[in-house]
Design a protein around this ligand. Structure first.
Ligand SMILES: [Cu+2]
Length: 621
């Protein structure tokens, strides 16, 4: 670590630090809710502080839809990470990307069925990293060699997956180093999952380059066919909307950098893009039938939280969260979507006249200090143009769960039998710039990990003392949002000074609340795997950790960091042999193979997850 700190101090002066801190979040503890923030004068900086994309006309490209890859219970599917090229905009050249299979960017939409295991044979044919010059080799787990031979690992986000197949960030596959099997049991409710890369400390670069795709878990109700018993739009009227933000260089290449304040090759902390990318196109358009559509929407960006609405302020219906359908459609004019959150929505275009247009918009401003650098909200994503066709004229269903030919209703939120406090902070170290993000005041490799017990329902109080929102994601489980409560963060920190990073710190916030708890919005009241934890708030979730019997596998098994090795061993020591797979190729990504255990939980701002807002956790017997 020492060399890295010195390098940073050398490269970045104090002046630059003030600005770069903005990208990572915030330097001081915030008083976002307790008191109005003081007006901050922008620093006088002589050079441009924000890179801008070249000019691009809006709504000239058609919205692409990724191909569909149907999972079969008997045949493995192949997922191959490749370096390729994608044309993000009509007036721009095809530029280097990373993608899965034959897509030019992102991956095919995988369709799986509840109760039928999906087996993936994963391999990488990646060439030199699209962002080779941007990788920060001083971050934990990153090697210089990754610029030429980037490691990857596939993670099924939202999946109840055995730990050895969950995309552990240390179980890495190098290009042309054999096939890594993944098994996704799909022993969970139908829902809106996605898959993306999860390699240690370069996740942001890998996903930004294109390594992400949708994963629809279907059942006998949500069949995806026009005759589905739920009465939901299907086929050409069910469309994934993968929303991202980007900055492009003058030559049209994707840029991982947002500001010259942070030199190339150093971790930035996250940035607002100035170009909206939907399904791999900048500001695309879609001609729609004047009827009902089901959009499977995801905020697949690294950084920004968006307040999404339609330009005509029309109402739409949220019918599901990450872990499946809501009990009934929720009518709303807007939703807040933070990175990795998914929204299953119904949109009715039937009142539009042919040729009339409606844009998908955002009006949520970026965090204050990002705004100081000149970053602004991304106001538009894509345009819908009403066509002549009348499309799906079904009514919005009144009920989605309960009764015949529908899944069971979502139960009331369970009563927890223990409370676990965890913290979200940007530890301030005596160096400039502040350049690390943390959960519990720990780094990834620190040993004080959470160990919830199988079969126990817990309340996690996520204490976010930064002024910025962080989307918190737990692997393996689905949970419910109990509510959010404003916190007097200055008083809280004054009473409980944060020790140097490396000592677990998440003190009791009980005496420092600034107001009552507010429950979740109706459109986030279902099963979730990612929750927006606003700055200066304690966000409470209720999560039950499943047992090995319920899962059908040992969630606490020990496994190898070599992804071609499929053996597991129970924590008690009994060896369990699983299908030997090709004898193993050795794990050249991380040196000699080591033993891993458990899952991770982390902030889904990918820049934060990379450094170091991600911790391991175990679900113990
Ligand atoms: Cu974060």
């Amino acid at each position: 670590m020492g060399a890295k700190v010195n390098r940073r101090e050398f490269l970045l002066g104090a002046a630059a630090a003030a600005a770069s801190g903005a990208l990572a979040g915030h330097v001081s503890s915030g008083t976002a809710q307790a008191a109005p923030a003081p007006k901050i004068q922008p620093p006088k900086i002589k050079w441009p502080t924000i890179f801008h994309s070249p000019p691009m006309a809006k709504y000239v490209d058609d919205l692409p839809v990724p191909s569909t890859l149907v999972s079969s219970p008997t045949e493995p599917i192949e997922i191959v990470a490749r370096t390729t090229r994608n044309r993000f905009h009509r007036d721009q050249p095809a530029v280097p990307t990373m993608a899965y299979n034959d897509e030019s960017y992102l991956g095919p939409t995988i369709e799986a069925h509840v109760g039928e295991q999906t087996t993936v044979n994963y391999r990488s044919e990646l060439g030199r990293h699209v962002f080779a010059a941007d990788l920060d080799a001083s971050l934990h787990g990153v090697r210089e060699s990754y610029r030429d031979r980037p490691p990857t690992v596939m993670h099924l986000h939202g999946g109840a997956t055995p730990p050895e197949y969950d995309g552990n960030p240390e179980r890495l596959t190098l290009p042309h180093r054999g096939t890594a099997p993944f098994r996704f049991p799909n022993r969970q409710e139908a829902g809106h999952l996605w898959y993306h890369d999860h390699a240690m400390a370069i996740t942001r670069a890998n996903v930004y380059a294109g390594l992400a795709g949708m994963y629809f878990l279907r059942d006998d109700f949500d069949t995806g066919r026009p005759d589905n018993p739920l009465g939901l739009p299907a086929g050409e009227h069910e469309i994934p909307l993968i929303l991202q933000e980007k900055i492009f260089r003058e030559n049209g290449h994707q840029s991982l950098r947002s500001t010259p304040v942070v030199p190339e090759g150093l971790w930035e902390g996250g940035a607002v893009g100035d170009r909206a990318v939907v399904n791999g196109r900048v500001w695309p358009k879609l001609t729609v039938d004047r009827g009902l559509y089901r959009f499977r929407l995801i905020n697949a960006s690294s950084f920004s939280v968006w307040n999404l609405f339609f330009s005509n302020r029309m109402r739409f219906w949220v019918i599901g969260n990450e872990g499946g359908l809501l009990n009934a459609p929720v009518r709303t004019c807007s939703i807040q979507a933070s990175p990795a959150e998914r929204f299953d929505i119904l949109v009715d275009f039937s009142s539009l006249a042919p040729g009339e247009t409606v844009d998908l918009c955002n009006d949520l401003a970026p965090p204050t200090q990002a705004a100081i650098l000149g970053e602004v909200a991304l106001p538009r994503f894509c345009r819908f143009i009403a066509g002549a066709g009348r499309g799906d004229r079904r009514e919005v269903p009144t009920t989605l769960r309960g009764g015949a030919r529908r899944p069971d209703r979502i139960p009331p939120i369970a009563r927890p039998s223990r409370v676990r406090r965890v913290s979200v902070s940007q530890p301030y170290e005596l160096r400039l710039p502040p350049a690390i993000m943390s959960l519990n005041n720990l780094r990834y490799a620190d040993p004080q990990i959470e160990k919830p017990r199988q079969g126990v329902t817990e309340r996690w109080d996520i204490i976010n003392i930064t002024p910025d929102p962080h989307p918190i994601h737990l692997h393996l489980v689905m949970f419910r949002v109990l509510g959010r409560r404003p916190l007097r963060t200055v008083d809280y920190q004054a009473a409980h000074p944060q020790p140097p990073i490396g000592t677990r710190w998440a003190p009791d916030p009980s005496d420092f609340y600034a107001g009552p708890m507010r429950g979740p919005a109706a459109w986030e009241a279902g099963w979730k795997d990612t929750v927006r934890a606003p700055g200066g708030h304690v966000t409470s979730i209720i999560v039950r950790f499943p047992t090995a019997d319920e899962l059908g596998f040992d969630p606490d098994a020990i496994f190898s960091s070599d992804p071609t090795q499929t053996w597991t061993r129970s924590a008690g020591g009994r060896a369990v042999s699983r299908t030997p797979h090709g004898g193993g190729h050795g794990d050249a990504a991380a040196g000699s193979p080591k033993e891993l255990q458990g899952y991770v939980w982390h902030c889904h701002i990918l820049d934060h997850e990379d450094h170091d807002m991600m911790l391991r956790y175990r679900v113990v017997p």
